[in-house]
Ligand binder design. Sequence first.
Ligand code: PLP
Length: 388
Amino acid sequence: MTSALMQNYGSPELEFERGEGSFLYTIEGERYLDFAMGIAVNSLGHCHPKLVDALTRQANILWHTSNLYRISQSETLARQLVQHSFADRVFFSNSGTEAVECGFKMIRRYFHNRGQSQRKRIIAMSGSFHGRTLAAIAAAANPAHCEGFLQGDTGFDQAKFGDLDSLSNTITADTAAVILEPIQGEGGICVAEKDYLLGVKGLCEQHDLVLMFDEVQCGIARTGSLYAHEQLGVNPDILASAKGLGGGFPIGACLATEELASALSPGTHGSTFGGNPLATAVGSAVITEVTTESFLSNVRQLGSYLKAELEKLVTQYPQHLNRVTGLGLFIGLVCEIDAAELIERLQQEKLLLVKAGDNSIRWLPALNVSREEIDSALTILTKVLSDW
Ligand code: PLP
């Protein structure tokens, strides 16, 4: 039967019926080892019992009331995020791109409230990705995403990621803020150097700019700290979070300091579903799990192990593989051979991975993946490479 869906995702054929931990199962019962995890979404694997419990318990009590009323589950999750981060306040949405949008609106309103409405330009970085709303594609300015949607001045400027001179040369009197992913995801897993981030912070302070981080993909313990920037030594004023926060249930969060958050006074922003009891009950269970030191250190250890093993394969297969990038369990394998074709062959061997922009493969296993599951994935990769 022809699909009634819009064709923006093409027509993928592979379908899964159920998931458990690191595995997905087709209707025919075929088992796949999932190292894509919904593109860094299922942070605790599929159907983690504590998340199923949080969701079903809440589903039996109350699904939705709206932000016209107090939602204690969202208060609790906001408190947890504040306790574990630089932030003083949180706004909940339903996706990463909405979390980014909240940050953009906060920035503009902040300068507007200061009587500097002309300061509304935001600088984003080359190779970045911030989602698919008009503002998000305008920020990242990826031509493939903008074609037919935007033309002329969008209010965003772009600097070269990793290049302080480029940023410095892009700042004007109308610049309000800088947004960047401390570790880029879609563009290829690319970790910002500590010195670069310190330099960005310095330029922001010098020019009175707001610094916003997009940790939609690299956040929620993926790198071995709740947010990646904690390991890179620089705090932002605003941070967008989503994906892993709901462990598979849709939720986004925009975190901010009191100074910035106060720009969103009552009535200035909102979302019908943002902060709903189901999403925030699950998010709370995720944060409780991923913020213990033992959980975080395990992510760091497993990440170091996977990275070291992949590096061995790079040495063994220099015609096929180029290098390994990333931090914790946010790992990129840059290929010499076509990454899409390698992913296809790995999928035939029942290992799921995701491509990134620079002909690389993203390794995004569940954060509670086992050493044995990592070894199984490496065995499959080794087999596919040796048969290439
Ligand atoms: N920002 C980053 C860094 C992302 O990786 C993504 C999604 O891949 C987004 C924003 C957009 O998130 P969503 O697809 O939930 O809107």
